[in-house]
Design a protein around this ligand. Structure first.
Ligand SMILES: Cc1cc2nc3c(=O)[nH]c(=O)nc-3n(C[C@H](O)[C@H](O)[C@H](O)COP(=O)(O)O)c2cc1C
Length: 190
């Protein structure tokens, strides 16, 4: 563990503030905070994270030339212990906001070993969707978990899922909220 890496950073890839995905990410952060871990919450739509330009400059410099809110997150990663990544399901996959975020991590995948994502970062994944089948998007979650591990060495330590959010908004599911809180509290041991 990097001694300066203490923060639990929530990243919400729904543009809807305080909706299903945001509530669950926030609950995980509240759990972490209850154990004394510092937390921060960001909505990708507020940061205006644009898609990757594919200019390839980062492959030789380790820096992204796109000057937007993603730079805030790049600066945070060295202090990050856990990423809490939340996405709604849009057309059977992660939201465009989350995909843009992932693409903008491209700079950590180049040939220069000096430009790697900071080591030892863990992830909690949050996914919400309308379909009533609670296992419907397990493949999408597994895809995300696999990409984080393969490209960035990020180990997923907890997954929080919410289906049928139209009829059962997460704010009305105390047991689910408690599970998200408990996942955050458990991060102290990570
Ligand atoms: C553009 C769009 C596409 C969606 N596609 C799906 C889908 O393929 N499957 C599904 O179950 N729900 C789908 N939904 C519903 C959302 O995943 C669901 O409402 C989710 O909980 C929204 O998260 P939020 O409340 O945090 O914004 C879609 C919603 C939108 C706006």
């Amino acid at each position: 563990m990097r001694p300066d890496a203490k923060k639990v950073v929530g990243i919400v890839a729904s543009p809807r503030h305080g909706a299903n995905t945001g509530i669950l990410v926030q609950k995980v952060l509240e759990g972490a905070s209850s154990r004394g871990l510092p937390t921060q919450l960001h909505y990708l739509s507020d940061l205006g994270v644009a898609p990757c330009d594919a200019c390839d400059a980062c492959m030789s410099t380790g820096q992204c030339v796109v000057d937007d809110g993603m730079q805030v997150l790049h600066a945070l990663f060295p202090e990050t212990r856990v990423l809490v990544l939340g996405t709604p399901i849009y057309f059977d996959h992660v939201s465009a906001q989350l995909k843009a975020f992932l693409d903008r991590l491209y700079l950590y995948t180049g040939p220069n070993p000096d430009y790697r994502f900071p080591g030892g970062v863990k992830a909690v994944l949050v996914a919400t969707w309308e379909d009533s089948n609670p296992a419907r998007y397990d493949d999408v979650i597994a895809w995300l978990q696999g990409r984080l591990s393969h490209y960035f060495g990020i180990e997923t330590v907890a997954i929080i899922k919410a289906s049928h959010t139209g009829s059962r908004p997460v704010g009305q599911q105390p047991e689910l909220l408690q599970r998200a809180f408990a996942a955050g509290a458990a991060l102290q041991e990570r």
